[in-house]
Design a protein around this ligand. Structure first.
Ligand SMILES: *[C@@H]1O[C@H](CO)[C@@H](O)[C@H](O)[C@H]1NC(C)=O
Ligand SMILES: [Zn+2]
Length: 437
């Protein structure tokens, strides 16, 4: 992805490196214009449902996002940046795709689910796109699928060896790639059973003009595959010094319904303030491919347009990198994983019933989760160990009541040994991610 804010830097680089300045919007290659033109001949089927405007599955999402693991995000992201580059025409770019596939293959699908992963081979270059699909073992009656994606390829503008030169590209886009993987890892390791199938796409060749996503979105539209919505991640890790971390929601090359919904999930689940109505001004990343195909699409980005990482896709004149791992705030990436989990879980379930959580759910004021919460309470009271919600003071709870009780009691053993008093309720805000009392 390249935002227009980077232009002064590019221009400065270009004047010293190139006889002719490079195109200002590096995704706008001749291949990009060909791919966009080819898209005009297809029309995607409409979403099988009306996208909701508010969240309604907090009782399912909150326990999941509480499990998002920053060290695991960092470990995966670090490994992806250790390929010399991930250029779409290079063997390293292919190896990176195979490594992503293998990390997905190493996840275990829990009972009642099915996880498949494959390499999508493109016609005109060697780097494949990685597609993982997570679904219920037995198809549900819910129509359509939910897709989330990001690119993992790299560019190195200014490199002595050309754009295929070395670049760890930690922010653009190992960060989004890692948030995507963590979202899938959380669903599989916590027994989540999708309603609608959920697909995770790691795209090849975005930097060369959204080439991977154009080919795939066109393929899906040609096959009339119904998609409820597509959520794109791109840079997800940079927080400009002196600014408050936010999630930027983009309103161009996205649809209003999907954008409104991702705004709702970001507010409910990311833990960050949301900056709406940001604009790329052109087809700057893969959501444009799904948008151009006629699908609902949205983009959640690391910042406002103005505060984006300024050194994406560029390296120093001597080839040394600028987009290095120390530019990435792993907690920021975690917020994008949480938002992604919220978006895909909600849209996977909407229109169906609320699955009963396997462990005691905690607070929720959402009407849709009432039945579940009540059911859990009854069970818990009978067991005599989880007599009340973590947001209510009362008798001591046991750590096995919920992840939240466990976290609070780990920090303050009084809550599990004597009584769950007002202090314990206050501590929920501190130790339980995603739960507000
Ligand atoms: C997959 O798991 C095996 C066994 O733990 C491990 O040796 C291998 O490195 C893993 N592959 C990846 C790509 O993480
Ligand atoms: Zn990017």
């Amino acid at each position: 992805m390249k935002l227009t804010t980077v232009l002064p830097i590019l221009a400065a680089l270009a004047s010293s490196v190139f006889a002719v300045p490079p195109p200002q919007k590096d995704e706008q290659t001749p291949e990009f214009f060909a791919a966009k033109a080819a898209m005009q001949v297809v029309a995607a089927p409409p979403s099988p449902i009306t996208i909701p405007t508010t969240v309604s599955f907090q009782s399912v999402v909150n326990p999941l996002i509480a499990k998002v693991d920053v060290p695991k995000i960092e470990a995966w992201l670090t490994k992806l940046t250790q390929f010399p580059e991930r250029y779409y025409k290079s063997n390293n770019g292919v190896a990176a795709a195979k490594w992503i596939r293998d990390t997905v293959q190493n996840l275990t699908a829990p009972p009642g689910t099915k996880l498949t992963v494959s390499l999508y081979t493109h016609a005109n270059w060697i780097q494949p796109t990685v597609i993982a699909r997570y679904e219920a073992a037995t198809a549900t009656s819910l129509k359509g699928i939910v897709i989330t994606g990001t690119h993992f390829d790299t560019y190195a503008i200014g490199h002595p060896n050309g754009v295929g030169g070395a670049n760890p590209a930690a922010d653009d886009c190992a960060s989004g790639s890692s948030a995507l993987f963590e979202s899938l890892r959380i669903l599989t390791t916590n027994g989540f059973v999708p309603g609608r199938p959920i697909e995770f796409h790691w795209y090849a060749a975005e930097e060369a003009g959204l080439l991977g996503s154009y080919e795939i979105a066109k393929d899906y539209a040609s096959k009339a595959i119904p998609v409820v919505a597509y959520l794109n991640l791109d840079q997800s890790g940079y927080v400009k010094k002196g600014t408050t971390p936010v999630i930027g929601i983009f309103s161009d090359y996205t649809t209003a319904a999907a954008t409104k919904f991702v705004t709702a999930t970001a507010k409910a689940y990311s833990g960050l303030p949301v900056v709406e109505n940001q604009k790329c001004g052109y087809e700057c990343t893969d959501n444009a491919a799904w948008f151009d195909a006629g699908y609902n699409s949205a983009l959640a980005f690391e910042s406002s347009n103005a505060n984006a990482f300024p050194y994406n896709d560029v390296v120093n004149k001597d080839g040394s990198p600028l987009d290095t791992i120390d530019q990435v705030d792993m907690n920021h990436v975690a917020a994008f994983a949480k938002n992604t989990i919220g978006f895909i879980v909600e849209l996977s379930l909407v229109g169906g019933s609320v699955p009963v959580p396997t462990s005691a759910a905690t607070s929720s004021s959402a009407p849709a989760s009432k039945t579940t919460t009540t059911a859990v309470k009854t069970t818990s009271a009978a067991a005599g160990t989880c007599a009340h919600n973590v947001c209510t003071s009362g008798t001591k709870l046991v750590a096995t009541c919920s992840d939240c009780a466990k976290a609070v009691c780990a920090a303050d053993s009084y809550c599990c040994s004597s009584s769950w008093d007002a202090t314990c309720v206050k501590e929920v805000a501190q130790y339980c991610t995603g739960i507000t009392c």
